[in-house]
Every structure is written in structure tokens, then in C-alpha cells.
Design a protein around this ligand. Structure first.
Ligand code: MN
Length: 404
């Protein structure tokens, strides 16, 4: 499969990827873009130019209509995009709608409705347990029976490139006599993978593990910024609140599940066997290789293939009580951490609770984030026939606390 478009040999945005986003070129019009090579195709304009019956779904300014259209249409559009970019008969009508990727500005690609964040990495949960609750078993008794999650704040979801203001709040260390108020002194990141629902489920129904791909449109990268000091003081007994709700960053490109066929792997063996509604005959483990960079320096390479719970199990669990889901509902996997020291997806783990500072090439060290720090997550996955596909990146820079 070759394109009339001159694609760089080693591009992570080849014909097997074709992720969707929403971008503009500075004229105030947001449009649905499909990344290909070093370009972005104005998909709505191209669809109109060739007279595609689904052109209205790509007319922008958001992916919402495409997400809601369902899997048969997702596949129809993907097949058509591939045809337009490979069949020379389409070149004349399609080429005028290509823009250099470097010239577009990304926006949030869909309306974020509900947002849930999970805690699905056994290594992450074990590390956090050891650091925060050294006197108890690292995993809580429920951990291997259900994917633990909490409801996040959808309004705080921002696209890559958005600055993050250091949050203020209450904190109280174990030795402090009373809580104090001020800017967080333990600002952290969580390297995660996000998933977005295209077609939801009505209240009173649930989504089976096996039906995951009928409902979820695609995947992207997610940084769940976390204020560990605020979180530690507030999270018992109802879970994270202000320690998480100030910002969640997402990458601009949504990689369709159909682009991830070659990335599917068996997750680690689950022991004990989950209850029937969480069993997966054809599991959705994904071999995504994440990378975490702090001020341009790689500090971790978390492997998504080590996640204990799959995104299909997360969605099945979310809906098993009959809670409704709908277009634009998104969820995060939870911090991705592998078994090795350099595979940990948070500074809390990388610095072991702040006790083992990380050395940076400029001679400075970090336990948690400083103002001005920039964190960037990237990921790649296997594509067909030895190719690789990319997720692009989610990046954000820490700004000083408001009034600080
Ligand atoms: Mn998280």
C-alpha cells in the first residue's frame, strides 16, 4: 500500500495509522484533520470534494458526529481515507486539502462528557501502596477483583500545549499539627492512555467486554496531573478530588481502534480469575510503548502491555451497574508503570515518594515538578508488517500558582 503523497520512510503517521484530530491554521476555523506523514488532511473538505456520503460527519468543528456514527461508519470512513490517499485518481481532488502538520494548531478533538480515571497497573498500585501505606498490604483487597476508578472533572480536560497552573490547596504532612494552605509542593504527572466512547449505552444496560470495539472509537495519550500533597490529605475516604481536578492533558490525535489491531496482546495472567462479567475471551491488552520526558530528557519508558486490567474490562465495569454512557465519555487507564525502575509513569514512583531525587542532564535534580518544567508523553505501537504507528505527544508546562 503506497501513497501518491511522498510519505517519509520512517513516519509514525503512515497509512496504517490515520488518527483524527481537530485543528486550525490561524484563520479561526476549526476543522477535522487526519494526520498523514508530515501533513494533516482537511477531511471534511476532502470528503466534500470527492462527494463522500459521510462528508457531513467530518464537517467539524469537532469529532462528535463521527464518534456517534458507530463502527460500520468508522470503518467506511477509514477505508475511504486510505483509498483517497493511495489511488492516483483522487490526488487532484484531495491534495489541495493537505496542510503541513507543523502549520496547524491542535484543539480538543471532541466534547468531553463524562470522565473516569482508573488505576489499572499492578506495578503502579503496588508502588503507591508501598510508598503511601508502608504498614499495610500494598494492594487493597478489592484490587484484583475490579478495575478501581474515580470520577474526574471533564471540564478540566485540556489539549496538549496548554499550560498548567500549579494548584493551591490544603496539605498536612503526618508530623504537621494542622493543615496549611498554599501552592502544592508535590506536583506530579501520571503517564496514561485515554479512551473515548463513540456509541454509548442507555441507562439500565451494560456493555459486555466483548463489545468494546463497537463502543470505543479510539485511544490517545493522557497526563493526569496530580498534586500528591493535596491528594494525600483529602483522599480518605472518598478518593481523589482537588488533587486531580485542576487539569488533565490529552494528546490531539485520536488513534482509531482499527489502527491498533497489530498492537493487541494478551495482558498479564489475572489471578484470581475475575467474575464472569470481567472475563475476556479475546482480551484487549495493547503493546503501546510510552515515553516520559521532563524538559526534553527521557525519565521513563512505561510499557502499556503490563496493565492488569484492559480498557474493555474498564468499560464493562463502568456500565455493569446500569450507568449510562454516551458519545464523548472518556476514561484514563491509570498510571502506566512496568516492573523496572525506569518504567514508572509518575514522579512519585520514580523518586520513591521524594526520597530518591532524579538527576537531570543540566545538573539539577527533581523529586516533584518545579515551575517552568515541561512534561511530554509520547507513545508508539506496532503496526502491520513491521511498521510502527505513533500517538504524537501530550505536553504541558507548569506555571506558578495563581497569585504566587
Ligand atoms: Mn490517574
Amino acid at each position: 500500500m503506497t501513497s501518491w503523497l511522498d510519505l517519509p520512510e520512517d513516519t509514525l503517521f503512515g497509512l496504517h495509522n490515520l488518527p483524527y484530530g481537530v485543528v486550525d491554521t490561524g484563520d479561526g476555523r476549526c476543522w477535522v484533520g487526519v494526520a498523514v506523514g508530515d501533513h494533516v488532511l482537511d477531511a471534511g473538505a476532502a470528503a466534500s470534494a470527492v462527494g463522500a456520503p459521510f462528508a457531513h460527519l467530518l464537517a467539524g468543528p469537532l469529532l462528535d458526529p463521527l464518534l456517534a456514527a458507530g463502527r460500520p461508519v468508522w470503518r467506511q470512513v477509514r477505508t475511504a481515507l486510505t483509498e483517497w490517499l493511495t489511488d492516483p485518481a483522487f490526488e487532484g481532488r484531495v491534495r489541495p486539502h493537505l496542510h503541513p502538520r507543523a502549520a496547524v494548531t491542535p484543539h480538543l478533538p471532541f466534547t468531553v462528557c463524562d470522565y473516569v480515571d482508573f488505576y489499572a497497573s499492578e506495578q503502579h498500585a503496588t508502588n503507591v501502596g508501598r510508598i503511601l501505606r508502608p504498614d499495610s498490604a500494598p494492594l487493597t483487597p478489592n484490587w484484583k477483583h475490579l478495575p478501581i476508578g474515580y470520577h474526574g472533572r471533564s471540564r478540566s480536560v485540556v489539549v496538549s500545549g496548554t499550560d498548567v497552573v500549579r494548584p493551591c490547596g490544603q496539605r498536612k504532612g503526618p508530623a504537621d499539627p494542622a493543615p496549611v494552605f498554599g501552592p502544592s509542593v508535590r506536583l506530579d504527572i501520571e503517564a496514561e492512555v485515554g479512551f473515548v466512547v463513540g456509541v454509548g449505552s442507555p441507562m439500565g444496560s451494560s456493555i459486555a467486554v466483548a463489545d468494546f470495539a463497537e463502543h470505543v472509537f479510539g485511544a490517545f495519550l493522557l497526563n493526569d496531573w496530580s498534586a500528591r500533597d493535596l491528594q494525600a490529605w483529602e483522599y480518605v475516604p472518598l478518593g481523589p478530588f482537588l488533587g486531580k481536578s485542576f487539569a488533565t492533558s490529552v494528546s490531539p490525535w485520536v488513534v482509531p481502534l482499527d489502527a491498533l489491531d497489530a498492537a493487541r496482546v494478551d495482558p498479564p495472567a489475572r489471578d484470581p480469575e475475575p467474575l464472569p462479567y470481567l472475563r475476556d475471551a479475546e482480551p484487549w491488552g495493547l503493546d503501546l510503548a510510552l515515553e516520559v520526558r521532563l524538559d526534553g530528557h527521557t525519565i521513563a519508558r512505561p510499557p502499556f502491555s503490563t496493565m492488569y486490567w484492559t480498557p474493555a474490562q474498564m468499560l464493562a465495569h463502568t456500565t455493569v451497574n446500569g450507568a449510562p454512557t454516551g458519545t464523548g465519555d472518556m476514561y484514563g487507564s491509570g498510571t502506566v508503570s512496568g516492573p523496572d525502575r525506569d518504567q514508572r509513569g509518575s514522579l512519585l514512583e520514580l523518586s520513591w515518594g521524594g526520597t530518591e531525587p532524579i538527576a537531570l542532564p543540566d545538573g539539577t535534580t527533581r523529586t516533584f515538578l518545579e515551575d517552568g518544567d515541561t512534561v511530554t508523553l509520547t507513545a508508539t505501537a506496532p503496526g502491520p508488517a513491521g511498521t510502527r504507528i505513533g500517538f504524537g505527544e501530550v505536553t504541558g508546562t507548569v506555571r506558578p500558582a495563581a497569585g504566587g
